[in-house]
Write a protein that binds this ligand. Sequence first.
Ligand SMILES: Nc1nc2c(ncn2[C@@H]2O[C@H](COP(=O)(O)OP(=O)(O)O)[C@@H](O)[C@H]2O)c(=O)[nH]1
Ligand SMILES: [Mg+2]
Ligand SMILES: [Zn+2]
Length: 288
Amino acid sequence: MKLAGTVVAAYGRQYRIELADGTTLLCVPRGKKSELVCGDQVSVLRTSADQGVISSLELRRSLLYRSDHFKEKLIAANVTQVIIVTATEPAFSDELITRCIVAAESQDIKVLIVLNKCDLLEKVAVATATLTPFQALGYRVLPLCARNNGASLLPYLAGHTSLLIGQSGMGKSTLTNALVPDACAPTREISQALNAGKQTTTHASLYRPGASSALIDSPGLTEFGLRHLSVEEISQAFVELRPLLGQCRFRDCRHDREPDCSILAAVRHGDIDLRRYAAYRSLCAEIG
Ligand SMILES: Nc1nc2c(ncn2[C@@H]2O[C@H](COP(=O)(O)OP(=O)(O)O)[C@@H](O)[C@H]2O)c(=O)[nH]1
Ligand SMILES: [Mg+2]
Ligand SMILES: [Zn+2]
């Protein structure tokens, strides 16, 4: 008998599949199948009390992955909301935030930004300033403290499959544990000396914070290559560029140093944030 299931963790060629009744089976794919990822919907055949074989993969509503010159790495499937987790410490990269947003926008996925560790009061102002350009574009920024009030994120999860994404050490796993008390996601104290987080989350896992929601905790990102996107897709993923596209003198304008470029004009007028423009150029240069 075929059973419908969800991939809740992927370990190499083995997958933990959650069935409708909440129990899980450790499964291998039958035959040579494409790689599966957390959030995938599959059909499985039970082979023993706690094992099974994956017979088919359902169509994906969305697929998030990274790509550079050498490889592609799947992140999660069927995500409907990307929650970018930043923190008052350690320092985080605004370009990486933009890359997460571009990945989400290109798949029509909702974006929410969390500023965690707001209990470190003296560091809130600097981190908030880094996030201001994103807020100005309409992205919601939610300040919180995973240690004390992480559950305040719960209402934002209803009806969504949410992915927690961000650099290591931001508190994604701490937040997961606050939202899903039986998650037991591994967390670690940051290495203060290096001002950088150590990797504790080695693979993505899907949890159930409520009846109508799913939450995926993922390993820390250090880079986010988006070589699989076209210039057109990248441009459309920048909400502030959308209304200006197609208004330059040259139809193939690269918005670099061309005359009568609508985007360069907006940058000069201060209508486009300089760091967002720089991130745009760097994304385009990567695929150029
Ligand atoms: N001060 C403070 N520290 C936090 C908070 N949330 C997480 N941390 C700490 O930040 C470190 C990294 O947390 P972790 O959840 O492993 O981060 P991840 O790599 O994003 O999953 C751990 O030492 C946590 O205890 C918070 O709200 N306030
Ligand atoms: Mg983690
Ligand atoms: Zn232009």
